[in-house]
Design a protein around this ligand. Structure first.
Ligand code: PLP
Length: 442
């Protein structure tokens, strides 16, 4: 069977399934990340770093359910722990001890985590963080980076669709609404700053000093371009928040994987609050907000004046807590270092493929994450990393080629987020495939 006959067959059954899906699900999918034309890819099963589709074709998985599966698929130790918990029940109207054990593990691991609360997604973690910051400071506004993705809470999604037609003056990027569905009151309360441009950012923040509850920052923002915040930038934000009574809030929903102690371990100044998620769920839906004890007190029901009554039917679900505990225990310092080294090896080999194919391509990233840009030199800002429509079409062609012809699957921004299931063999396969892919789109 040739890859092209296989893809024809897959297209036929994929078309049929998608048609059925569209009859009952809005757009045929429950998350736009898996939507694609002419139809989504359909998974049948997965193990380690391989995922098998409904036609029985296995591919190397560099996407890992949007960076959430740090040990790849169906890890035996995580499965064992989860199976044992399943026998004991999946959710109770009671607190559980797995939640406490997992909180102890994470708070010990990450110095800025003095107190933690678990929720069900990264979106919910960012929402809870923002509400906690507002409750603590008594202020309404938040600041966030132009183009940055922080999930789908109204305030967090402002400017995530910024593009040249609406992003405005670089000295004061617009608070761009999402599909005109963001209320004006929300837009008025979100201050947008240009990532890694400290001078402009401080001037913008100064205009709202006294009103800002928190400056939200992702230390390696994927949608901005997947490059790390500079030491100068993060230190500048930290100092500004100290001087102006605001909180420094990190979004480490994706970046917790970068170091044993999260991406924040790379910076001397610690955030007051952090939102996280993805890998800490061990493959199950999760989020968490953690940080300074005095700030987290706004969530404490023992306080005489409860500022922020926070709950959630499935928050700290025992299955998730058990899976997360197993996954994060396995993701020890050696495991972190190993996949970071593998990512370094991949970036080196892809850069070689770029020279051999002689294409205008650059690679950015940090730790076990890297993103391929169809740009001659590595972008250093959201506006530099922005992909016009023709570039997005070429990226799609590259990703389709890798998927169909090379049996490689990536995140749709042409990003890889490695799991510990990956070995040097898969990295070599990736770089050979990239060389072919670059030649294909040249
Ligand atoms: N923050 C960042 C940086 C993310 O990348 C994401 C999801 O990709 C989120 C928040 C939202 O997380 P979730 O999809 O679990 O709601």
């Amino acid at each position: 069977e040739t890859p092209s006959s296989r893809s024809d067959k897959e297209k036929r059954s994929g078309d049929r399934i998608y048609k059925e899906a569209c009859d009952v699900i809005a757009g045929g999918v429950s998350r736009n990340t898996v939507f694609r034309r002419p139809h989504p890819y359909y998974a049948a099963s997965a193990s380690g770093c391989y995922v098998t589709d409904i036609e029985g074709v296995s591919r190397i998985d560099f996407a890992n359910n949007m960076a959430s599966l740090i040990h790849g698929h169906a890890h035996p130790e995580i499965n064992k722990a989860v199976t044992e918990q399943l026998q004991r029940g999946t959710a109770y109207t009671m607190a559980t001890t797995p939640e406490i054990a997992f909180a102890q593990l994470l708070n010990k691991r990450i110095p800025s985590f003095e107190k933690i609360r678990f929720v069900n997604s990264g979106t919910e973690a960012v929402m809870t963080l923002i509400k906690a910051a507002r409750a603590y400071t008594g202020r309404e506004k938040i600041a966030k980076a132009e183009g940055a993705y922080h999930g789908s809470y109204d305030y967090a999604e402002v400017s995530q669709t910024s593009n040249p037609s609406n992003w405005g003056d670089p000295d004061q990027p617009n608070s761009v609404p999402v599909a005109n569905a963001t209320p004006q009151s929300v837009l008025d309360n979100v201050v947008v700053y240009p990532y890694n441009d400290l001078e402009r950012t401080l001037a913008i923040l100064d205009n709202h000093a006294g009103d800002i509850a928190c400056v939200l920052v992702d230390p390696v923002p994927h949608r901005v371009g997947l490059f790390p915040g500079t030491q100068k930038f993060i230190a500048g934000l930290y100092d500004w928040t100290r001087e102006n009574g605001a909180l420094l809030a990190f979004d480490e929903v994706v970046t917790l994987r970068v170091n044993y102690g999260g991406a924040q371990a790379d910076y001397p100044d610690k955030p007051d609050l952090t939102a996280t998620g993805k890998i800490i769920g061990g493959g199950f839906p999760v989020g968490a907000v953690a940080g300074r004890s005095d700030v987290m007190r706004v969530l404490d029901p023992r306080e005489s004046r409860l500022l922020f009554p926070h709950s959630g039917t499935f928050s700290a679900n025992p299955v998730t807590m058990t899976a997360g505990y197993a996954a994060m225990s396995l993701f020890d310092e050696k495991a972190v270092e190993r996949i970071n080294d593998l990512a370094g090896m991949a970036v080196g080999q892809i850069n070689e493929a770029v020279s051999v194919a002689d294409v205008p391509v650059s690679v950015t990233g940090a730790g076990s994450m890297f993103r391929i840009h169809l740009k001659e030199s590595s972008p250093e800002s959201y506006r530099e990393a922005y992909q016009p429509a023709e570039e997005t079409a070429l990226i799609k062609e590259l990703l389709d080629y890798l998927y169909m012809q090379e049996q490689i699957m990536m995140i749709n921004t042409c990003t890889c987020m490695l799991s510990t299931a990956i070995t040097e063999d898969e990295i070599v396969r990736l770089s050979e495939a990239m060389l072919n892919g670059f030649r294909h789109i040249k």
